[in-house]
Design a protein around this ligand. Sequence first.
Ligand code: NAI
Length: 327
Amino acid sequence: MKIAFFSTKSYDREFFDRYVSTHEIIYFEAPLNAQTVNLAAGCEGICAFVNDKLNTAVLSALKKLGIQLVALRCAGFNNVNIESAKTNGITVVRVPAYSPYAVAEHALALILTLNRKTHKAYNRVREGNFSLDRLTGFDLHGKTVGVIGTGKIGEVFCGIMQGFGCNVLAFDLMANPTLVAKGVNYLPLIELLEQSDIISLHCPLTEQTRYIINEHSISMMKEGVMLINTSRGALIDTSDAIDGLKAGKIGYLGLDVYEQEEKLFFNDLSENIIQDDIIMRLMSFPNVLVTAHQGFFTEEALSQIAQVTLTNIDAFVAGAVLENKVV
Ligand code: NAI
């Protein structure tokens, strides 16, 4: 099968080229959208990433080009119009799990950095400033951590936080029995919001979870709460989070994802004038830490993503059962 890979970076090529496949891969740096979709002409499949837009217009255009398969090299599929993929008879596969540890450990990195301010200490010491002023943190031990979404990543994250001696609360549509057995306490969302010192989001972006963190839910949180989002940007209403930060209600905000990230993340814009005033405002707070969707970015996860994506494509070509089929 001839496959057009969109939004590729050097590391995508490096990892996919390690697992030589029988398929012909054409790498494009361009993201997939209505303007770039015709790059897939002559291919039978495409491979897309988190910020590629697979809306109705793009899927209809892919159908016209004869594309039969969309292989997502990510877990989330909120960027795909599933109904439209069905209507156009396009099969969509994904990589449902490729190292829950990578993302859960990154959530922890955000927590520890925001708390102990190691990013500031690093810069200070390099400049000969050995003062400890304003670097005060808090013990994680004994704190209450609320986890929203306890699937693969949320489960690992709960275990990590229990390892720190935290009291872990959870909210999900269904309780995870393994976590219940380990002492994780499932509560209604409101109670989790009210009781948690740290809240970490690990649910997918759906119609139900869009803006699950908004003015109303923020108002229920503890004063000075730490909020961590390594899941999808639109789980948080960013303007409401900014109001929460200005009021001091949110004491720390750690983001690996951002609602408008597709215009920014994965690109070097260091010499550009950034037009997104919301992210610039966010980055101006001393208690906000933004990373550019790097939760997945470990050797283990990248290897797994490449292998599972190629296995998904092989299975489709062979007409085998598609274990990782979305639609
Ligand atoms: P998963 O499917 O194993 O778990 C998701 C959990 O969220 C499930 O337990 C589900 O029941 C729960 N959930 C669904 N709707 C909910 C709702 N309305 N309220 C509360 N809980 C709800 O997914 P996994 O692998 O743990 O990934 C979670 C998310 O992490 C993905 O959807 C993706 O958005 C994000 N992610 C971020 C990455 C990064 O690099 N920052 C990399 C990989 C995933």
